[in-house]
Design a protein around this ligand. Structure first.
Ligand code: SF4
Ligand code: SF4
Length: 255
């Protein structure tokens, strides 16, 4: 499912209004355990890939080749990565085991949010307005459990709050491209693959191309960008936005 298709799918589901609750619990031992970890068409955000790679301790090129598929989105010409399923009959996720998810601490945002979907739209001030939808699938027994959640309490419980800042920033860049009404040039699509999804390679690119001589970044922040992938990704989004739109609130080109 592409980002656009995901939005349309969510809009077709019942909305969980603010402060309204739903019942849910998922645990090893529930009759349907692992039933939801196969045949998925899951879009991975740049932050999902940062975390998944961390669970694997492998280089980005190797990780992307083994665990993802990629195409360029028609309306933005930006890369869209999906989690690659295995080619067994069930098309299981490569990370599912009989004990559950083998990368639980670093599982993608969509796995954390399930059975909720979260849709966002720009609020016009750099933030987002969020809506929650309940994905109620027949095979999922978790809805029969007594535990009660709001959208906000579920996000916190599942550790999705760490993902929202990066994911929302990324969605705002996509929204800005769509507003501009035309896909980005091919060269920028390739730069997005490097900067947003190959953070280890992007760190080397920054040094080799002396990127810090072209933008205003203080020394301490430069060190963080070259050593901490969370900071690298944040910078990558600023850099991409600056290259595309010649302005971003967080980064200025040197005069
Ligand atoms: S189907 Fe629902 S309850 Fe069963 S394992 Fe998946 S999320 Fe948990
Ligand atoms: S990453 Fe983990 S939680 Fe997500 S589909 Fe795969 S096994 Fe299931």
């Amino acid at each position: 499912m592409s980002t656009n298709e995901t939005k349309e799918y969510l809009a077709s589901l019942p909305e969980l209004e603010k402060d309204k609750t739903y019942n849910f619990k998922c645990y090893p031992g529930i009759a349907c355990f692992n039933a939801c970890c196969s045949d998925l068409q899951m879009v991975l955000t740049p932050y999902d890939i940062l975390r998944l790679r961390r669970a694997h301790d492998t280089g980005s090129v190797e990780f992307l080749r083994t665990h993802t598929t990629m195409h360029m989105s028609e309306d933005t010409n930006f890369p869209e990565f999906h989690l690659r399923m295995t080619d067994n009959a069930a098309r299981s996720c490569a990370f599912v085991t009989e004990n559950g998810c083998s990368i639980y601490e670093n599982r993608p945002g969509a796995c954390r949010m399930y059975p909720l979907g979260r849709a966002t739209r720009p609020d016009g001030e750099g933030g987002v307005i969020e809506q929650f939808f309940v994905v109620r699938e027949d095979h999922c027994m978790g809805f029969k459990e007594p535990d009660e959640w709001t959208g906000a309490s579920w996000i916190k419980n599942q550790g999705f709050d760490v993902y929202t800042t990066s994911n929302d920033r990324y969605m705002n860049i996509l929204a800005r491209i769509k507003q501009a009404g035309r896909p980005v040039p091919e060269k920028m699509g390739h730069m997005a693959i490097l900067a947003l999804y190959k953070l280890d390679e992007f760190q080397r690119f920054i040094e080799k191309m002396q990127v810090f001589s072209r933008v205003e970044v203080d020394e301490e922040h430069q060190k963080a960008i070259l050593n901490n992938e969370e900071a690298t990704l944040e910078f990558a989004m600023d850099w991409i936005e600056l290259m595309l739109f010649h302005s971003t609130p967080n980064l200025k080109a040197r005069k």
